[in-house]
Each structure stands twice: as structure tokens, then as C-alpha cells.
Write a protein that binds this ligand. Sequence first.
Ligand SMILES: Nc1ncnc2c1ncn2[C@@H]1O[C@H](COP(=O)(O)OP(=O)(O)OP(=O)(O)O)[C@@H](O)[C@H]1O
Ligand SMILES: [Mg+2]
Length: 373
Amino acid sequence: MNPFSYGTIVRGHHFYDRKEECAHLVKTLSGGNNVVFYAPRRFGKTSLVFRVIEHLEKQGFLCIYFDFMTAFSPESFVRLYTKALSAKQTNLKKFAQTFAAAIKAIRPVLGFGTDGAPEFSIDFAHATINETVISQLLDMPETLANAGKQRVIVFFDEFQEVEKLNSIHFEGLLRSKIQQQRNTNYLFFGSKTHLLKELFNNKKRAFYNAASQMTIGPLPQQDTIKYLRKRFAESGIVLNAAMAKYMISATSDIPHYIQLLAAETWQYMVNSRKLVTKKIIDNCIARMIAFKSDYYMELFDRQSQSQKQLLQALTVEGKNIFSTAYIHAHRLPSASTLQRAINKLINEGVIEKVNDEYFIADPFFKRFIVSIS
Ligand SMILES: Nc1ncnc2c1ncn2[C@@H]1O[C@H](COP(=O)(O)OP(=O)(O)OP(=O)(O)O)[C@@H](O)[C@H]1O
Ligand SMILES: [Mg+2]
């Protein structure tokens, strides 16, 4: 079994570090505060939150996790949020009764899954999903808290996607619930930093000042080096500290890509070689880029001229990009055209901004751009 894991939430021994961030979140949420937490894509937000949930559940909290990415309409929100609300319930009959009493327009259905385990679902084929239904559904965490005499914490992943539901004044409704609910707290998090900041920092928006803010950076390099070396050593493969560092820099220090490169390298070496060299790592990177080259070519091709120029510039450096020196050095367009190019690339998730530095989100795409420039 490959000891490295990527592309999914990591748990157990696949998850390392983040102790302080985890403790901070547990303390703040259990202390009765709401938090908004953002970090670029693939930094490990969801995995950290699942660790936080484990801790809070041990302390007796009922934790509800919901990913807004999946909710594309009020109807899908109703179906999926109901599923999330019922997911941790041990007494589904009691839950169905509470649900039926709280939301008159929707019929709860108790049944059995293919594995024979009891299952809860809803039938709302004939119901109109309006603000009243959404309002009652948003009351459910507090209803459950009161019914079970248990504090509740709701985790809203990719929360910036809430905008898709604004046809039913979702934002305003949720904000008013949060203010009223005494036994429920919320963690809002996601990767589109600029959208989340706009939601929580703009005085005109419903969530202005609704939560304390935090962010996470990359994993500390020393911990990553230790982790990688230990995992390779367990398979009898030697990864020296310099090569571990090289892996980190080749993946721009982004947790997901570090694990991806480590997994590829491990796979390449496991049966034949004993010492990880720079040549082997470079080979693995080249193989991964070759595998995705059609996609990368298409992605690059469909960018406008200014976006392409900016991407090329970002393979070199990402600070002070509005300075005359930077614009000149990289033959970039005027500041206003540049700003438009940045906005488009950020919205598409192709580039990210942390503090005042811009970078290409996928380090292998970055290498691909270098290779064709
Ligand atoms: N603490 C960690 N220990 C080990 N690997 C980690 C850790 N955090 C993240 N990773 C790596 O990064 C990958 C992405 O993690 P996760 O899905 O939690 O990130 P995310 O920030 O929620 O990503 P997305 O922006 O795609 O939602 C994991 O599959 C794993 O390979
Ligand atoms: Mg995530």
C-alpha cells in the first residue's frame, strides 16, 4: 500500500502537524464563538476540520458537516443539508419526529439501505421550497441542540458558494438564525479567500463581523521532512533531508502536491531502488506533467494574451506585480488590464493570492508553463 495519500480528506497517521490550529479551532468553537477560516486550495482545510470534529465529538458536541459546493439550488440544499443533519443521529425515529414537527412541508421517510441499516430520507416532491422551509431547516441545528441537550457545531465547507442560493435571501436568513441560536455555533471555511473576505468584511453584507477569522499556511517544513523520511524509511527507501526539501520546493510547499509527488516517487521506487535522487524526483514530476499535458495545454491555450503573459511572469516571481519594474520586466499590460487578468485567473482558481504574493495554484502547471515558454 502506498503510504502517501492525496486527493481526499486525510485522517489517522496520514495526517500530521496542525496541532496549534486544531487546538485553536476546538477552543474557539467550544467556547461558543463562530469562526471563518480560509486558505488556498489544497492546503488541508477539510482534513483539519475533520480532525477538529473528532476532538469536539469526544467532548460531547454534535457536529454537522456540510459542503456548499454540492448545493446548486434551494432544492439540493434542502436534500443535502437534511442528509447532513441526520448523518450523526443514532435514533433516526426520534430524529424523524423532531423533523416532522419542525418542517411541516416536507415528509420524512424512514427506511433501510441496501446494507440493511436504517436510513432517513425526505419526500418533498409536492412541496414548494420557499423561504419558510429554508428558515425552518436552518432552525434544525438549534432544535436538535435543545432536544438532545447537547451543544451543536455546524461546519460549512466552501461557504463562499452560498451566493448560489441568494435567490431565496439565504445569506440574510442564515445570519439572522446565527444571531438567535444560543446552543449552536458555526465554522465557515473555504478556499476562495477573496469571496469569503468580501462576505465577512464588507459592511454591506449580512455576515459582516459575524465570526472571528483565521487562516492556515503550509505545513512546517521540518515536520514535512520528518514525515516524508519516516514513511519512505518504513519501505526501506532512503530519502535524505536535502531531497525531501527538494520535493517540498518542487511542489511550492502545498500539502496536496507534496503527497502526490511523494506517492508517485514511492510507486516508482518501491520494488527496485533504495535511494531517492534528484533525477528520480525530476523523472516523476516529468511523468505527472506528461500525464496531464493535454489538460494543461488546453488550460493555457484558452487564456487571453494578458493572462498568458501574467502566468509566464508568475513562474518567475509573484511579489510587487503592480510595480513599474515588474510590469516592464515581464512585458505586462497596463495596471487596469493586469487587474482584470488577475481577477479572471483567481476566479478560475488558476492563481492564488496569499498576503501580497500571487502564485500559480498547481505547481505542475507552473512547470508546464516553464517548459513551453
Ligand atoms: N495535515 C496534513 N497531513 C498530511 N497531508 C495533508 C495534511 N493536510 C493536507 N494534506 C494533503 O493535502 C490534500 C488535500 O487536503 P484537503 O482536502 O484537506 O485540503 P483542502 O484545503 O480542503 O482542499 P480543497 O481546497 O481542494 O478543498 C490531502 O489529500 C493530503 O494529501
Ligand atoms: Mg476542502
